[in-house]
Write a protein that binds this ligand. Structure first.
Ligand code: FAD
Length: 289
């Protein structure tokens, strides 16, 4: 079997570049392994070259994504260097299927950088989403009050940290006084399958704005690295919905009632679905549970 090394000049060009996130943070792609080709190559080991229906790379990748045949996506890896506030890192670290190495405040001195939200992202508690912020902007004087409080606290925390340094307190103790708005840094290595799961959750509009900013930047890099996978991910995962049994029954009833008025085949073709995809779509709509 031929061994193909990925050649991704688009990605090589931006390797190591800092893409700014929030006020002091960034994401840099440090290294990567694999490409859409690596996914296809791995999948063909299991399907064989003779599988006619899925011979096209795009079709094969879409098939894998659609049927959650996930292991070929694990053949692609990314290593990022990220600088992020500690409260974002706490959410991020919950994604356990990555390898992480973080800047240590036991060994190294903290850096005087604290996250201060952009004024237009300052919101009140949402009335409908208990975990999130309102979509309404707040008056300028309230924005200013909030910013003053956050900045004052960051300044005081830093002064105290430096005071503790003067008495030669161990760094591992001096750090306990620092707020979660302090920036930290880490290397984060993850395979594409797990990265897509992270992106599905953290690109969602319900995810906290501050982590979504990082997810959006990483998504741009992934899109450059694996365009076919990204397209399939957007179609079958990111912008897809899943329905409960009852919801599905309601939808089937609706479609059956409309079946004389709509030409499903024509609509699906116009939307660019392949013959195989249309077949699978119809099977989902019309098969009885
Ligand atoms: C909008 C939002 C709100 C959230 N709110 C909260 C909150 O209020 N409180 C809170 O604590 N968390 C919260 N979380 C974190 C959330 O519960 C998950 O911990 C986080 O999203 C990581 O998801 P994961 O476990 O699927 O990811 P990963 O850790 O990357 O795991 C990926 C998959 O691997 C498998 N897996 C990994 N480890 C194990 C294991 N030990 N046992 C079994 N299967 C495993 C599971 O199938 C899992 O889905 C929130 C997340 C989001 C996106």
């Amino acid at each position: 079997m031929d061994i193909e090394r990925p050649s991704l000049p688009q990605l090589d060009k931006i390797l190591g570049e800092e893409f700014p996130c929030l006020d002091h943070g960034f994401v840099r792609l440090i290294d990567y392994m694999g490409s859409d080709q690596a996914i296809v190559q791995a999948a063909r080991v299991s399907y064989g070259k003779g599988t006619k229906q899925v011979q096209q790379d795009r079709g094969l990748i879409r098939y894998l994504m659609r049927h959650q045949h996930t292991s070929p996506f694990e053949m692609v890896e990314f290593k990022f260097h990220c600088k992020l506030p500690i409260f974002v890192a706490r959410q991020w670290i919950r994604h356990r299927t990555a390898s992480v190495n973080e800047y240590s405040l036991r060994y190294s001195e903290a850096v005087n950088q604290f996250y201060i939200p952009a004024p237009d992202t300052i919101r009140q508690q949402s009335k409908s989403n208990r975990q999130g912020r309102s979509t309404e902007t707040v008056p300028k004087n309230l924005q200013q009050n909030v910013l003053n409080i956050l900045k004052k606290h960051a300044r005081q925390a830093w002064q105290d940290y430096k005071e503790l340094e003067k008495v030669d307190l161990a760094r591992e103790l001096a750090r306990i006084h620092l707020p979660v708005s302090l920036y930290t840094e880490w290397y984060w290595k993850i395979n594409l399958h797990n990265l897509l799961r992270f992106l599905k959750l953290r690109l969602d509009p319900t995810a906290q704005h501050e982590i979504r900013v990082y997810a959006e930047q990483i998504a741009k890099l992934v899109q450059i690295a694996v365009p076919l996978t990204w397209e399939a991910f957007e179609d079958y995962v990111l912008h897809a919905e899943s329905f409960s049994k009852i919801e599905t029954e309601i939808l089937k009833d609706l479609i059956n009632n409309l079946s004389s008025e709509i030409d499903l085949q024509k609509i699906a073709e116009e939307k660019g679905l392949s013959k195989r995809e249309i077949g699978e779509f119809k099977a989902k709509l019309y098969r009885s549970n």
